[in-house]
Design a protein around this ligand. Structure first.
Ligand code: HEC
Length: 102
């Protein structure tokens, strides 16, 4: 049994490394910054923002790109422009995919 432990530990370490590389733009990790305002499930609307829950990935990605470009938004868009300014295209796609599945 002892002989199995090392290969297993190595296989585990390798798979963790590969997973980290494959999900460089990790929607779940990125969404941690959004959850305070939008809620862990995207349904929080306390700030007058609409629920993100149920939106398609395309709608979310377009909204984020629009906030970043300052061509989209409502009365409270300044809050989102600050958030979106820091996001790369890959970040926005990862977030849109993640949020659309909440
Ligand atoms: C400080 C609070 C706050 C944070 C943090 C925040 N948001 Fe928002 N979000 C808002 C508000 C307020 C609105 C409505 C803005 C407006 O009037 O256009 C909004 C709107 C949106 C919309 C548009 C929804 C629609 O139906 O048009 C999306 C998409 C969105 N946020 C995604 C995100 C993502 C992704 C993050 C994290 C990177 C994030 N938000 C972080 C407050 C926040």
């Amino acid at each position: 049994m002892k002989k199995l432990a090392l290969p297993l530990a190595l296989a585990f370490a390798l798979s963790v490394t590969l997973a980290a590389a494959a999900f460089a733009a990790d929607g779940k990790a990125l969404y941690v910054k959004c959850a305070g305002c939008h809620g862990a499930d995207g349904a929080k609307t306390a700030l007058g923002n609409k629920s993100l829950k149920g939106l398609s990935a395309d709608t979310i990605a377009q909204a984020l790109a629009g906030y970043k470009a300052k061509t989209f938004g409502g009365a409270k868009k300044a809050m989102m422009e600050g958030q979106a300014a820091k996001l790369s295209d890959a970040d926005m796609k990862a977030l849109a995919d993640y949020i659309s599945k909440l």
